[in-house]
Design a protein around this ligand. Structure first.
Ligand code: SF4
Ligand code: SF4
Length: 367
């Protein structure tokens, strides 16, 4: 379906919303024309996702597992593996495009260590998909940022865990501030800075410092609530809850509305929703296998090149045992698109099913 035909499902309200965003957006560097084009493409993809549930909305693709850091909580890196060859990555992207995938986000390990990252991003764009990147931020220089602009990168997310590096994490504001200033000056793509709260993070007030710095540099900002070290749900302390609310206020309010599951997690309560991992959301590891997500590797563990719509349908309808305590924001957000249809019959469901109207309303309010 041509892009503008699919935009037609939400014409006036979406266009008004985009106009408001354009008026209020501060454009640290991203060209206004590129921003408008990106918003229209997003609107087209959202409309398409509401019209049909039979294509992936978001895929996370891992071009290398290697990372330059070793964060204490992370189970997604090694220090030895080689980059996946470009032609192999390209064939995986071609398969994702043939499944009708809307957005591909390159993740890792640290994807900036892949020597052909620019070619990978370029190929995502050539295949008509939105190109995103998740990075720890260490490799950004003015030169490197300009190359990413040229390759066609559209979104970047950096998670910053603390202000001063410690034994758990060196993704620290003090270390990365210079990189953020480069991004503010040179990036022609959307930059989001994510901070974290909970999970025994030593100085919860650091999340507020990170979010304030992001706003100062005209980036968008989000906050993730994480589990305790043993993976159990524990309510945030009163101090953490207060900081969580303050950080949320600094960030994109629409994004916060899409992340209402976080309020349950913050209270230490399980949350009932329909995880569509393995279908609307795909996680493709460095070996080219499809997994539910980074935290549930092994399921279904089928090579992407052999993935069929039968696999897609099975996973779409499979209730995920880990859903009530899941904190993965992007998979929750993808789940909203189908919350109004195709129940997975979760036992003890507490949240009433939302209607198509509710879903459109939620999506329209989101950036
Ligand atoms: S930077 Fe990211 S991938 Fe690397 S160890 Fe830390 S959390 Fe894991
Ligand atoms: S519920 Fe969360 S942890 Fe479980 S498969 Fe879905 S995204 Fe992964």
């Amino acid at each position: 379906m041509p892009l503008f035909a699919s935009v037609a499902i939400l014409p006036t309200r979406k266009i008004d919303q985009i106009r408001t965003q354009i008026d209020s957006y501060t454009f640290p560097r991203m060209r206004k024309s590129k921003f408008v084009k990106l918003k229209l493409r997003e609107a087209g993809f959202i409309s398409r996702a509401l019209l049909s549930s039979r294509h992936p909305v978001l895929a996370h693709l891992i071009p290398m597992r290697r990372c330059n850091l070793a964060c204490g909580y992370c189970n997604e890196y090694d220090h030895t593996s080689s980059p996946v060859p470009l032609d192999v990555i390209k064939s995986r992207l071609d398969k994702l495009a043939s499944l009708g995938t809307s957005i591909v986000t390159i993740s890792g390990g640290e994807p900036m260590m892949h020597p052909q990252l620019d070619d990978i991003i370029h190929h995502i764009r050539v295949r008509g998909m939105i190109a995103g990147l998740i990075s720890n931020g260490y490799y950004f220089t003015p030169e490197r940022i300009k190359r990413l602009n040229k390759a066609g990168l559209e979104y970047l997310q950096i998670s910053i865990d603390n202000v001063e590096p410690d034994e758990v994490s060196r993704k620290s504001l003090r270390v990365l501030d210079k990189k953020l200033r480069y991004l503010s000056e040179y990036a022609d793509f959307h930059v989001n800075i994510n901070s974290v709260i909970g999970g025994g993070i030593k100085n919860p007030e650091d999340a507020l410092s990170v979010a304030r710095r992001a706003v100062e540099l005209k980036f968008s900002t989000t906050v993730g609530v994480i589990h305790d070290n043993d993976g159990t749900l524990k309510p945030l302390s009163p101090k953490e809850k207060n900081l969580f609310q303050q950080v949320k206020k600094l960030g994109n309010k629409d994004h916060a509305r899409l992340n209402w599951f976080q309020d349950s997690i913050a209270e230490g309560k399980p949350y009932n929703w329909r995880c569509r991992a393995g279908a609307r959301y795909l996680y493709i590891c460095e070996d080219g296998l499809v997994h539910w997500c980074s935290q549930q590797r092994g399921y279904p563990g089928i090579p992407l090149e052999k993935y069929t719509m039968d696999d897609f349908d099975r996973e779409y309808n499979t209730e995920k045992w880990c859903a009530p305590t899941c904190t993965l924001q992007c998979v929750h957000q993808v789940g909203i698109l189908d919350n109004w249809r195709d129940p997975q019959h979760a036992p003890g469901q507490t949240k009433p099913e939302s209607s198509l109207q509710d879903t459109i309303h939620e999506v329209l309010r989101a950036e």
